[in-house]
Design a binder for this molecule. Structure first.
Ligand SMILES: [Zn+2]
Length: 98
């Protein structure tokens, strides 16, 4: 059955939250949500290297957009965690500068 709001599988979600110590990568507050760095609607995969721990506030603020400050923070964080971020370079040109 096709899920209109695809999310990370419980396994991947847990792995991301543990990797990020349940801390929002955008503001440093406690986080229990996982954010797609590149939204599904923009072609972002539901994989560990496209997910970061994110608090409710930042998640709702960011919504389904790609904005430079969020994207850059996520890229720095993911590369520090040893995740592959080279695929994200192609999205940098499409990001909204705000
Ligand atoms: Zn936050």
């Amino acid at each position: 059955m096709y899920n209109r709001t695809p999310t990370f599988s419980p396994t991947v979600r847990e792995a991301i939250l543990l990797r990020d110590n349940f801390v929002c990568v955008y503001c440093g507050e406690p986080a229990w949500q996982v954010d797609h760095v590149i939204p599904r609607s923009a072609g972002g995969p539901t994989r560990k290297f496209n997910g970061v721990a994110c608090c409710k506030r930042c998640n709702s603020q960011k919504a389904a957009r790609i904005e430079v400050p969020f994207l850059e923070m996520a890229i720095i964080h993911l590369s520090q965690c040893g995740e592959d971020t080279t695929w994200l370079d192609t999205f940098r040109g499409n990001a909204q500068d705000e």
